[in-house]
Design a protein around this ligand. Structure first.
Ligand SMILES: Nc1ncnc2c1ncn2[C@@H]1O[C@H](COP(=O)(O)OP(=O)(O)O)[C@@H](O)[C@H]1O
Ligand SMILES: O=P(O)(O)OC[C@H](O)CO
Length: 515
């Protein structure tokens, strides 16, 4: 009997989902488990990699059980994962040597400041396509090595292994200490600061710059390739693709052509623009990254604009301020007023990411009068996501040769129709939501299914994509531009505040200027 499904494992920042998709790209079963977030000190965020692996195993079993499927019903499994989070583990026991350090973790700020001051620091952006910030993996790996005196020697001897989440999961899925395969692929490798995006290899100079022994790093394979066959609950199923979760949603949205773009609006939000075979070096604070690589083919590149604080602000209104009971309530509250009442939110809770890369900036609410109510504040929070998206899209359209003509969207925030309209207004482009919302998981399923021939080609996948709703921009452009400029002035204050007061944990003094 032909295989009925492809499984996708979406290992995200707050939860893990295992999902089965059928040939039409429709979701047929779904299992999800959250894992703990550990905050041992201000700015530190850790995950327990063993808990995550346990959750992966459980959700696989639940997703299969929901439709009475066995591994024999699966053509392949693909993995999409939170990027930049790193874990180091013992090759012989499979036990992590410490917590996984999460992509939002800021503990390496001082290390970054020291490295940035070096005369050879320019090599980092030139080879990796990324600015030297604490967002990416290498400084965290260095921190782990420095924190444990015996660890470097064990790493050099190949006794401990390092990886981002897809590497950890593939190693465990293929047997762990008993023959596990230690691999990564370019979408994840290109987020480490150690990977040369021109040659698609670990870069000797970058390894030396960060002091990372290559012996602990995984082998880099294409994003779409059979890495091995699973053992355990997926026994025998080919593990046929891995993609960083944001690149995975680009694939799930079938943005296969240069000029196609998507934004995933979640805790943070991420715009990716497919730039085709062309590696574009941004002059405006965007990241150059790999979109995906099919086995035997050159990579497809992308420009990316990550925004650190979007959905997390909505959670803050709920949990920090108690202004709403559920995140969904923000829409009704914000829609109860026609505008922001003069108030603007500059969302630098974890610094500002693209296009500014101001790690030390902290949030500002500007324009307060006693006319401003919680409804205005709620509206300003949603607008802040729209304005950040506009900054990113404006930058991409200046850098890229194929301008963005519409934005495909997914992620938890897209259930908010008012937000979708505010984003369309802000970017002055149509915003589209597809019928299948689990596009991160769908992308990894598509990638794995393509590898094993479950789907014939990209054209078949394009036909699976269907528009559920479209928001067109409102006409009042002069008013919009004036509001955007006012918001930008509020964002400028976020840097000035820290510069003048030294309020951040470790103020590095890096601010306005080239990335
Ligand atoms: N109706 C809504 N309006 C605004 N924000 C929302 C809404 N529903 C969910 N969110 C936000 O979306 C985020 C969760 O989205 P999700 O895609 O599941 O995130 P992640 O993958 O980053 O964990 C949360 O930060 C939450 O505040
Ligand atoms: O797991 P998510 O959806 O929060 O995405 C995290 C990103 O991959 C971080 O770069």
């Amino acid at each position: 009997m032909p295989s009925r499904y492809v499984m996708s494992i979406d290992q995200g920042t707050s939860s893990t989902r295992s999902i089965l998709f059928d040939q039409a790209g429709q979701l047929v079963s779904f299992a999800q488990l959250e894992h703990s977030q550990h905050y041992p000190r201000p700015g530190w965020i850790e995950h327990d990699a063993s808990e995550i692996w346990h959750n992966v195993s459980r959700t696989i079993q639940q997703a299969l059980a929901e439709v009475d499927a066995t591994p024999g019903d699966l053509a392949a499994v693909g993995i999409a994962n939170q990027r930049e989070t790193v874990v180091v583990w013992d090759r012989r026991t499979g036990i992590p040597v410490g917590p996984a350090l999460v992509w939002q973790d800021l503990r390496t700020e001082q290390l970054i400041a020291d490295l940035s001051a070096r005369s050879d620091a320019a090599v980092v952006a030139a080879r990796s396509g990324l600015p030297l910030t604490s967002y990416f993996s290498a400084p965290r790996l260095r921190w782990i090595l420095d924190a444990d005196p015996g660890l470097r020697a064990r790493a050099e001897a190949g006794q401990v292994l390092a990886g981002t989440m897809e590497t950890w999961l593939i190693w465990n899925l293929t047997g762990g200490p008993d023959g596990g395969v230690h691999v990564t692929e370019p979408t994840n490798a290109s987020r480490t600061l150690l990977f040369n995006i021109h040659t698609l290899t670990w870069d000797e100079d970058l390894l030396a710059f960060f002091g990372i022994p290559v012996a602990m790093l995984p082998e880099v394979r294409p994003s779409m390739q059979v890495y091995g066959r699973a053992r355990g609950p997926l026994a025998g199923v080919p593990i046929a693709a891995a993609l960083g979760d944001q690149q995975s949603s680009l694939v799930g949205q079938t943005c296969f052509d240069a000029g196609q773009a998507k934004c995933t609006f979640g805790t943070g939000s991420f715009v990716l623009l497919n730039t085709g075979p062309e590696l574009i070096v941004s002059q405006h604070g965007m990241l150059s990254t790999i979109a995906y690589q099919v086995e035997g083919q050159p990579p497809v590149y992308a420009l990316e604009g990550p925004m650190a604080s979007t959905g997390s602000l909505v959670q803050w209104l709920r949990d920090g301020l108690g202004l709403i009971q559920t995140v969904g309530e923000i829409e009704t509250l914000a829609a109860s007023v026609p505008d922001n009442g003069g108030c603007h939110v500059a969302p630098a809770f974890y610094g500002m990411f693209a296009p500014r890369w101001w790690p030390d900036a902290r949030g500002v609410i500007a324009g307060l009068t006693n006319y401003v109510t919680k409804a205005h504040l709620a509206r300003a929070v949603l607008e802040a996501t729209g304005w950040q998206t506009r900054e990113v899209i404006d930058a991409m359209n200046t850098d890229a040769h194929h301008p963005i003509t519409e934005l495909r969207t997914d992620g938890g925030m897209t259930s908010n129709n008012l937000l979708m309209q505010l984003v369309a207004d802000a970017i002055d482009l149509p915003v589209v939501r597809p019928t299948v919302r689990e596009t991160v998981a769908l992308g990894a399923a598509y990638a794995a299914g393509l590898t094993v021939g479950y789907w014939a080609d990209l054209q078949v996948l394009r036909r699976n994509w269907h528009r559920a709703a479209t928001w067109l921009p409102a006409a009042d452009r002069p008013h919009r531009d004036s509001e955007f400029n006012t918001w930008r002035s509020a964002v400028d204050l976020t840097f000035e505040w820290t510069a003048k007061t030294g309020q951040a944990q470790s103020f590095t003094g890096r601010g306005p200027g080239p990335v």
